[in-house]
Design a protein around this ligand. Structure first.
Ligand code: MN
Length: 327
């Protein structure tokens, strides 16, 4: 992995088109818009686009560009935060003259001409921020970029709560504060909830279920989404409401998407869950994954597997405890 190679490509191309994944999250938006604003500030003569889908709750970072097919001619495509090619929001990314993937998910699909994947980074936005630092003699930061990158890092680290955070994360973020970033303003923007979302939160806290060995889960069926009149994004963002139970190291939120496809957001504070997610057409990080489960019947199969995983995890913990006592 070589940041210099990416920098050389950025220097070489006059047109750069940034791509994100479908249903973009805060990190995807933060990394994408952060990169766009840094490149615009540094190279005013270049044309920089960002394309893809809009994410309501991070829309304050900017709007995506709508561009014709011809724009891809002789362009550099940079895809951020997207593990697999089928998840790239605008499939025209491959029409670029050269394609670079910049990501922090487990590398399961080496698409594009060049891949920069660093799974030690909790957010792609952190990779972009470190890229900026490496070439700060040429690259220029501005407040829009700083806001985007901070948003990416705080959202993908659960406000610096996850174990994926390292000292490098704080060092990178410190530079944004030195730059004058009003981080409290961003946090209060991100924390805004509608009344309906708050009420749905109450529903989740009251109606979640547990498997025998300790998987907490909630099924967000369409009638619930309709009753509380929230978007799917608003509804599925509630997954971590289930994170606090000491006896449930794994928690899952199921929701039904277009064409009645059920997807899962799986989270863990114990066993790695990426293999479980992979079995159900998903992936991500060891402790945070998404999965395309399929239908509600397959949900039951996945819950059984998750329950088995937690059972084994708890048994292993117990064995380790006994071994420790016997020393
Ligand atoms: Mn990410």
């Amino acid at each position: 992995m070589d940041k210099q190679h990416i920098f050389d490509k950025i220097l070489a191309y006059d047109k750069i088109i940034i791509h994100m994944h479908m249903r973009p999250d805060g990190d995807c938006y933060g990394a994408g818009f952060g990169l766009k604003y840094i490149l615009q500030e540094s190279f005013p003569q270049k044309t920089i686009y960002i394309v893809g889908e809009t994410a309501e709750y991070v829309k304050f970072l900017g709007d995506v560009d709508v561009i014709p097919d011809e724009a891809y001619q002789g362009a550099l495509s940079i895809v951020v935060d997207t593990a697999t090619r089928d998840r790239v929001a605008d499939q025209r990314y491959s029409k670029g003259a050269y394609v670079i993937k910049i990501d922090h998910h487990l590398p399961v699909d080496a698409y594009g001409d060049y891949q920069y994947v660093d799974t030690t980074r909790p957010a792609t936005a952190q990779i972009i921020l470190e890229f900026y630092h490496e070439f700060a003699s040429v690259l220029k930061m501005n407040m829009k970029a700083a806001r985007a990158l901070y948003t990416g890092i705080v959202t993908d680290t659960g406000r610096f709560k996850y174990r994926s955070v390292t000292s490098a994360t704080f060092k990178a973020v410190a530079s944004l504060l030195d730059f004058g970033l009003d981080f409290a303003d961003i946090l209060s923007t991100l924390d805004v909830k509608t009344e309906n979302q708050m009420k749905l939160q109450g529903y989740v806290l009251t109606n979640f279920e547990k498997t025998p060995n300790g998987v907490a889960y909630i099924k967000m069926k369409p009638d619930i989404i309709a009753k509380y009149d929230v978007t799917l994004e608003e509804a599925t963002s509630l997954v971590n409401e289930l994170s606090v139970l000491p006896d449930c190291p794994v928690w899952i939120l199921f929701a039904e998407y277009e064409n009645a496809i059920v997807r899962a957001r799986v989270r863990s504070k114990g066993p790695a869950i990426n293999e479980l997610a992979a079995k159900y057409q998903g992936g991500g990080h060891p402790m945070a994954c998404g999965a395309n489960v399929g239908n509600w019947e397959t949900v039951e199969a996945m819950l059984k597997d998750a329950d088995e995983l937690v059972k084994k995890y708890k048994e292993d913990l117990k064995k380790a405890e006994i071994a420790h006592e016997n020393i």
